[in-house]
Design a protein around this ligand. Structure first.
Ligand code: MLT
Length: 235
């Protein structure tokens, strides 16, 4: 079965958690790994993240949509693509307002997968192979619902509905996410212009990030969060 649910109301034991923060933490993590970052370590606190410099890590930190002071990278996926900070072969300590918190909140799950539109197909293929119950953990914004993460849940449910063994009809949350996805998919960028975080990013002149983060299947990799590290399964 498959469900995008509200934490901490849901028991993740025995489940695969797909953690998603489309704008922008999980999109940036996927892009980082696709750009040659070896692994990332997510932190809740800024100070813990900054301290990883001593161990040779690059630091990436965002608070309220802006890059934090005194770190190498913010939370834009372009930080891993533009070459200003060389990232290939490096390790990254990362902290963001909601995304890294959602990763830690999912600790009880059997497996924690990092999902984004950028690696939607790869995640769907992996889940088909695992054939376990799946919960999409939407990072949202400071505990609140957000459109883009729920839309990812709908898009993933739609992909899995094509496969045998996934019941995407038994939970109201999944049905709602599928309906939302059906409504938004024909013009996802246009639909998301209304979302709170897109307005927040636009006000920070980061609207090109949204256009990038909603691209489907840009990268075929499956990052998993195991033993404190986020690493691509392909590595
Ligand atoms: C978060 O973790 O809250 C975000 O990814 C915010 C952002 O940088 O867009």
């Amino acid at each position: 079965c498959f469900s995008p649910e509200l934490l901490p109301l849901f028991d993740l034991k025995g489940k695969v958690a797909v953690v998603v923060d489309v704008l922008r933490a999980t999109s940036s993590i996927v892009t980082a790994l696709a750009s040659g970052v070896t692994h990332l370590v997510p932190f809740s606190e800024l100070a813990e993240c900054r301290a990883m410099v001593a161990q040779g890590y690059l630091t990436a930190a965002e608070r309220d949509g802006r890059q934090a002071e005194g770190v190498d990278l913010g939370n834009s996926p372009f930080g891993y693509l533009d070459g200003v900070v060389p990232v290939r072969g490096r390790t990254v300590a990362i902290t963001t307002t909601n995304g890294t918190r959602a990763l830690h909140l999912s600790a009880a799950a059997d497996e924690i997968v990092v999902g984004a539109f950028l690696n939607l197909g790869a995640v769907a293929d992996y889940l088909r192979r695992l054939n376990k119950d799946v919960v999409v953990v939407c990072a949202g914004w400071k505990g609140h619902f957000c459109l883009e993460d729920t839309l990812f849940g709908g898009a993933l449910a739609a992909r899995l509905a094509e496969a045998d063994g996934f019941d995407t009809t038994s939970s109201d949350a999944t049905l709602a996410a599928l309906d939302l996805w059906a409504a938004a998919a024909p013009d996802l960028a246009g639909y998301l212009l209304r979302s709170a975080h897109v307005r927040r990013l636009n006000s920070l002149e980061a609207h090109q990030d949204m256009d990038f983060c909603i691209r489907e299947d840009e990268y075929h990799l499956v990052p998993v969060f195991r033993d404190g590290r986020i690493q691509s399964l392909e590595h």
